[in-house]
Design a protein around this ligand. Sequence first.
Ligand code: SAH
Length: 384
Amino acid sequence: QRVAEPLPLRVEVPALPARGGAELVRALFEPLGWAVTATPVPLDVRFPEWGDSRYVHLVLEAPDATLTLGEALRHLYVLLPVLDDAKHYWVSPDEVDKLLRAGEGWLAGHPEQDVITSRYLSRRRSLTRDARERLELVRLADADDTDVDDIDNAVDEDTDTEEKPVPLAVRRREAILAELADAGAGRVLDLGCGQGQLVQALLKDVRYTEIVGVDVSMRALTVASRRLGLDRMGERQAGRVQLMQGSLAYTDKRLKGYDAAVLSEVVEHLDEARLPALEYAVFGSARPRTVLVTTPNVEYNVRWESLPAGHARHGDHRFEWTRAEFAEWARRVGERHGYDVRFVPVGDDDPEVGPPTQMAVFTQETKAAGAGRAAEAAKKDQVA
Ligand code: SAH
């Protein structure tokens, strides 16, 4: 609880690598309410004529309890690597999420926002652009006099005029939307909805009459709610959408009876030991007609720039599957719960290692076929 309480704070970093020097250090921290003392560290104290190193001795002070510890840590989490400017490990699209999460409440509108996003994302142009667009949304959403239409226009204009490779997250969303449309779904669950990008896309399409975003993270839901502008939405729109907190590791009566459920990049966030619980909650209890599951294809990781082979793409991924592992899991789940399954590649399908994202499309079997299959599965289990 204390991390959320304003406290008198003092932070000292005796040797901070700071590309851009003391001046940039001040430009980054002062707008956030810190009194900054940044003293260049000489290269070698015995030889002052050698000049300064690229390190500064940094002291940040907010003695009047104007900042919380949580805020201070989020400032440092983002700005120390920005000053170091030497992020070498692979920068994934998820890094944009991390930046926006840590930047919540202070990054949008920071006078040095451009330097911060560009350096934090290792100057990856497409990611930086993505981050700026989303920060713009946050800024617009925070300004009281704008409404949802302005926000939509702001984004569409930007994306329409730029030629750029379509980010994987967008291709994933498009693939999901295509499958949902094919399935003729109208009432859709977005399980592990995160910050609500898919919910937002679904809302724009009138065929989706009931959209429910579920996530275990209250913070993600708060961002989603703000992104959607739920509190400013007209009654008709608001009646189509609902965000709720819940864990997919538990059965939940509220989730029964929907046309389709999407689990986009969610399963790999659960410990493998919790997966059977999720399987039962989704395929056994909620039982939507169609279920879409996307997850990274670990074989593809060798194709990402600067992602060392054998490394997961995201710090919070508990596992990543090969195509064969995913297929095996999906078939077993389908068999056990009476769903047919087929696989759809998302992103460029590499002839050797496959696509970056793999998607399984589960469709509930008709009653008769399902009973047959279930009996077969039971027989197999018996034999086993
Ligand atoms: N579906 C979104 C977000 C993926 S990130 C997208 O495709 O962009 C994974 C999300 O799953 C996070 O928002 C995380 O909070 C959520 N999550 C992880 N474990 C969960 C659980 N047990 N129940 C519900 N949501 C969970």
